[in-house]
Design a protein. Structure first.
Length: 529
């Protein structure tokens, strides 16, 4: 049989082999073109978003309006709030930059036609008052001392054998696994939005610790625990109470007639309360919208409030005036908390972004960018370098400020995580703020006990390991309260409420109880029977 050249054999369809690579299927070019266009649009959108986030946009609303007018845009839209207007300016600046690039012009780099020096001052520096300067100096002095002592103690604790740590961990976690419902108490006529235990173990009369429960009705009630006896009703707010925080020394020796409690509510006010009156000692005004959460500085001299006006504010407790108005979130600010050393404050917003601020300088120390939805609660760990954020994306993220990143994402609930709280032991309050208890100093010797040189404890010495920060509790809209280990973030206990949303949770200073605020107008107490 003669040899046959396959190149000479036509295919059944009449297409030569040479034509196979050059003749595409019908519609092939159109599909490729559409895919390329879609990819180009996606890349352009991503680049546009990246450019928008890098733009410096003024925080002053008057300057935002002025810049919008220069761009030929309406200075305000119906129902538009200040954060929304700022975001609209950001989008318009991106569009303007793209237009100029297409025309071959140099893209505009910042937000105004002012000089570079003025832009730098506007974005990175705003002149504060003398009172704020003095507050920053005071915070720096106290926080540096506290941080030095905390780090010294942690160096000593790092020398403790692992077997001791494991034994203490087991002893601490075992009762938590037995927690169950101890009772439910009707707290108000509307949902209980926030619950917080007093830091001391008992009231001045020795009748038991106090639990403050805030309601959407605007009232705050003080309850004696575990008796669940109503102690007082604080009447001052006219809208939803969202924030409650105790003075660090409340029910631990602080005068009951002094400011022991701070609250914030939907009436845009922050109020200071004593334990001897049902009327506020002072009402702090300045916010333009609902106040969500409040926090008390470890020094006891300042309080902070987060608001739906897109800001958080720092207040002087003694002089009862505003020290700092801080912007930085593109939407409502919902959560606020101080680090135990007192140097840092963390804020979380409905823009899904958290920020850690250095109170001593006013600068942002870290951006907590990772949640897919709003941040509803934030809490610093007692170790001083971790912070937990609870979000509407059903997770809790734990961030390490030394590594500047998230170290764990806890799939905490099947619905929004409304609250997160680390355990803080009452008898370790001084240690948590950075000073070492006297018994540890005596046991370990001066320099070695402080660990200033990283030395191990003296021979035969016994260091009392801290319990604070070893676990945390979360509350979710799925109706559960859960307790988590703070080292491997394993779930230790899952507690079911009345099938309604759990709005808030807190841990008593002795670790014997959990309290939860419920959508169903009740608060519940959890512990070991």
């Amino acid at each position: 049989m003669a040899d046959m050249n396959l190149d000479d054999v036509p295919f059944a369809g009449g297409i030569d082999a040479d034509e196979l690579d050059t003749q595409p299927a019908p519609g092939f070019d159109a599909s490729i073109s559409r895919a390329r266009d879609a990819d180009a649009a996606l890349v352009a959108a991503l680049e546009s978003r990246k450019t928008a986030r890098s733009l410096a946009v003024p925080t002053d609303d008057a300057k935002v309006r002025q810049r919008l007018r220069q761009l030929g845009q309406p200075i305000t839209l119906f129902g538009e709030r200040r954060p929304d207007r700022r975001e609209r300016l950001r989008e318009e600046l991106v569009k303007e930059g793209q237009r100029r690039e297409q025309e071959g012009e140099e893209a505009e780099s910042v937000v105004s036609e002012e000089s570079e020096e003025e832009e730098q001052e506007e974005e990175f520096f705003t002149e504060g008052t003398d009172a704020l300067l003095r507050a920053r100096q005071s915070i720096a002095r106290t926080s540096l001392v506290a941080a030095k002592a905390r780090v010294a103690r942690q160096r000593v604790e790092a020398t403790v054998p692992l077997s001791r740590i494991v034994a203490q961990r087991k002893a601490l976690f075992e009762p938590l696994k037995q927690f169950t419902s101890l009772g439910s108490q009707i707290g108000d006529t509307r949902p209980i939005s926030v619950v917080r235990f007093s830091p001391g173990t008992s009231t001045p009369e020795g009748s038991g610790r106090l639990l403050a429960a805030g309601s959407w009705s605007g009232s705050v009630k003080l309850w004696e625990v575990p008796a669940a006896k109503e102690r007082a009703t604080l009447r001052g707010h006219t809208e939803k109470v969202g924030g409650i925080a105790w003075h660090p020394q409340a029910t631990k020796g602080l005068d009951a007639s002094a400011a022991n409690l701070v609250t914030g509510a939907g009436d845009a006010t922050v109020q200071l309360w004593s334990l001897t009156s049902d009327r506020p000692l002072a009402t702090l005004k300045g916010h333009e919208a609902r106040v969500a959460r409040t926090a008390w500085h470890p020094s006891g001299a300042y309080v902070a409030s987060a608001s739906f006006d897109g800001t958080w504010r720092l207040w002087d407790v003694e002089k009862q005036n505003e020290l700092l108005l801080q912007e930085g979130h593109s939407k409502e600010v919902y959560a606020i908390d101080f680090q135990d050393d007192g140097a840092l404050v963390a804020s979380g917003g409905l823009d899904a972004i958290g920020r850690v601020w250095d109170l001593r300088t006013g600068r942002t120390a870290m951006v907590l960018d990772g949640h897919a939805r709003e941040i509803l609660s934030i809490d610093f760990a007692p170790n001083g370098f971790q912070v937990a954020t609870a979000s509407g994306d059903d997770t809790v993220r734990v961030w390490d400020m030394r590594a500047l990143r998230s170290i764990s994402t806890i799939p905490a609930h099947r619905s929004s995580v409304a609250d997160v709280r680390f355990f803080r032991a009452a008898d370790e309050g001084a240690a948590a703020r950075g000073s070492m208890p006297d018994e540890d100093k005596e046991a370990n010797g001066d320099a070695k006990a402080r660990g200033e040189n990283g030395d191990a404890p003296a021979a035969g010495a016994t260091l009392q390991l801290p319990r604070s920060g070893m676990y945390l509790a979360t509350a979710g809209y799925d109706g559960f309260v859960r307790v988590w280990s703070a080292d491997d973030f394993a779930c230790l206990r899952s507690l079911s409420g009345d099938a309604g949303k759990v709005m808030s949770v807190d841990i008593s200073p002795d670790g014997k109880y959990l309290a939860s605020g419920e959508w169903g107008r009740t608060w519940k107490l959890w512990g070991v029977l």
